[in-house]
Design a protein around this ligand. Structure first.
Ligand code: GAR
Length: 223
């Protein structure tokens, strides 16, 4: 078996995406190991999830730093201290500055609860509902200096129902987040992701599925 990809997971809240990554690793679907979970929120339930699985945690609160640069340096230093290959933002509610991005070029992923480039920023689900979009979904992308603007790795589509509330739509989107994030990380672990300009190619990805709601199609069995 190849060396496992060393992950640092950045969280702020519930950590259901973290849980999905943990579960895919524990079920040998994802060839990775979580070296550290970093939270900017000391009360994040994600920290409890990590502790239950004996994963090291670090709390780095932005209030303790006088500048964004220092906060970002503390995160980057922690990722380096744990020899992280890839950082994944899983509900991490801070924007990263070039101070950290330049140290981890194309080594930071994010998941966003909308079909980018629609509805970036906060409350992607609420934005889609209020706009009246008929479809929304989720996006895994590399992080660049903009807001949810980096190269797109994979997207999944879900319908927006007329009866939806923010909660019901968020839950439908989250189910897809829990599939596409482990998949994107596994492609990275396999060295199958190539980026040209802002187009991402998955080397030897699945058979194109013109009717599917995941694009590229999933090549791993998700839980
Ligand atoms: C997820 O829906 C994620 O896409 C979103 O926060 C939620 C975190 O859930 N992220 C953003 O909105 C980032 N702008 P989780 O803590 O249960 O994984």
């Amino acid at each position: 078996m190849e060396k496992k990809l060393s992950l640092g997971v950045l969280v702020s809240g519930s950590g259901s995406n973290l849980q999905s990554i943990i579960d895919h690793i524990e079920q040998d679907r994802l060839n990775a190991a979580i070296a550290v979970v970093i939270s900017n929120n000391p009360h994040a339930y994600a920290l409890t999830r990590a502790e239950k699985h004996h994963i090291p945690t670090a709390v780095i609160t932005h209030e303790t730093f006088s500048s964004r640069e220092e906060f970002d340096r503390a995160i980057a230093d922690t990722l380096d201290a744990y020899a992280v290959d890839l950082a994944v933002m899983a509900g991490f509610m801070r924007i990263l500055s070039p101070h950290i991005l330049n140290r981890f070029p194309q080594r930071i992923m994010n998941i966003h609860p909308a079909l980018l480039p629609s509805f970036p920023g906060l409350h992607g689900q609420r934005q889609a509902l209020e706009y009246g979009a008929r479809f929304s979904g989720c996006t895994v992308h590399f992080v660049d200096a903009g807001i949810d603007s980096g190269p797109i790795i994979i997207q999944a589509v879900v319908p927006v129902l007329e009866t939806d509330t923010e909660d019901t739509l968020s839950a439908r989107i989250l189910r897809e987040e829990h599939r596409i994030y482990p998949q994107a990380i596994q492609w990275y672990a396999e060295g199958r992701i190539q980026v040209h300009n802002r187009q991402v190619k998955i080397i030897a990805g699945g058979i194109p599925d013109t009717d599917g709601h995941h694009n590229p199609p999933l090549t791993m069995t998700s839980l």
